[in-house]
Design a protein around this ligand. Structure first.
Ligand code: CP3
Length: 345
């Protein structure tokens, strides 16, 4: 196993950690904007296998990242289940809402998603042919809770209020929705693996808004079910979990879910995470994405600090969240150079 990313996921400590970046294919890159314009809108790009593979490859060509992440979106699963989905420019996603049992009844079953998602599997197949031999291919899905927050509200919300309200007002409906998403996510990720994904990442971007027992039931438990079933089907598959803003709930999350790596957002300090999270295995993260906008010495210092603090165990260098459209591509090059030269020296 020579791919650096897969070695880190297997628990190997490396002098130079593997590096990739959330949203590495995105609007901060002129070549992405050009391909997106060619495809039309964002969703057309997701479902155009050739062009989705092309934008996935762009940051690999430009920067030589150690991993490529499939270009798609976490909201394709709701669409495959029968929800309407569209993106409003400058505002974000819109979906038909799930507020009552009748809305839920209209959703498709877990095995009825594959026709809709076939172009995504084709993107994975193209990538597994075309990626350089040293570059790992990451598949992904949204975690059930995070996807449910969009399905319930019909859009992104600052505090996930509508999803919390449905959980409190109609818990059986809320739990039925999470179950359906859990089952569909297993089928979706399993197909990505069959198509050539070498690891998969579960994005629970809003895990931090679940507190106490709710976190365990609706973030940890679904992740554990997904990991267990995927590993039963694909015993060698490494899995990355991203319970964003889990705070103290990051502690023991990998062990409890069976994930091989947890991705850290930048609200936790590397010192704390090295002591309390990396003890259980590989961690990924966690440079603030604002450094990709501001650059300079602060970027260099903080990058070195993260590499050094995680140097005693398995680590994948990444941002704490996605790179933003206003980032400067030069700063990405500076980050990579800093990781590779500092860690080597
Ligand atoms: O990391 C990658 O490059 C892989 C592709 C990927 C995208 N979205 C592409 C995308 C991944 C893994 C995602 C995950 C995703 N999508 C999440 C979880 C991660 C996170 O950021 O917290 C969420 C919540 C979504 C839902 C989503 N998609 C929103 C809220 C938005 C609009 C916000 C925005 O940035 O405009 C998107 C659009 C989106 N997904 C873009 C990209 C590159 C921008 C699309 C464009 O206009 O070209």
């Amino acid at each position: 196993m020579t791919k650096k990313l897969l070695r880190a996921l297997a628990g190997e400590t490396q002098a130079v950690p593997p590096i990739w970046m959330m949203r590495q294919a995105g609007r901060y890159l002129p070549e992405y904007r050009a391909t997106r314009a060619q495809a039309g809108d964002f969703l057309s790009l997701c479902y155009n296998s050739e062009l989705a593979a092309e934008v996935t490859l762009q940051p690999i060509r430009r920067y030589g990242f150690d991993a490529a992440i499939l270009f798609a979106d976490i909201l394709l699963i709701p669409e495959a289940l029968g929800a309407d989905l569209w993106f409003v420019t400058g505002e974000g996603p819109r979906l038909s809402t799930i507020t009552e049992q009748a809305d839920f009844e209209k959703l498709k079953g877990k095995d009825d998603i594959h026709d809709h998602l076939a172009p995504i599997y084709e993107t994975v197949r193209i990538l597994s042919r075309e990626l350089p031999s040293e570059t790992a291919l990451i598949g992904f899905a949204g975690a059930p809770w995070t996807v449910a927050t969009y399905m319930i509200a019909g859009r992104g919300t600052p505090d996930q209020g509508p999803a919390h309200a449905l959980k409190d007002a109609n818990r059986p409906l809320f739990e039925a929705l999470l179950d359906r998403l859990t089952e569909a996510t297993i089928e979706y990720l399993s197909m990505q693996v069959q198509a050539g994904a070498e690891t998969v990442k579960l994005f629970d971007s809003w895990a931090g808004s679940l507190k106490g027992a709710d976190f365990d039931k609706y973030a940890l438990e679904p992740a554990k079910r997904i990991v267990a079933e995927l590993k039963a089907r694909h015993p060698d598959l490494p899995i990355i979990a991203f319970p964003r803003e889990a705070g103290e709930k990051y502690v023991g999350f990998a062990k409890a879910t069976g994930a091989d790596c947890v991705a850290l957002d930048n609200s936790v300090s590397p010192e704390w995470a090295a002591e309390h999270v990396q003890v259980d295995g590989c961690v990924q993260g966690n440079l603030a994405s604002s450094h990709m906008v501001t650059g300079g010495q602060a970027l260099i210092d903080e990058t070195r600090h993260i590499v050094e603090t995680f140097s005693k165990g398995p680590h994948i260098f990444n941002l704490g969240h996605g790179i933003t459209p206003d980032a400067d591509p030069e700063n990405v090059a500076l980050m990579i150079e800093t990781v590779r030269s500092h860690a080597a020296g």
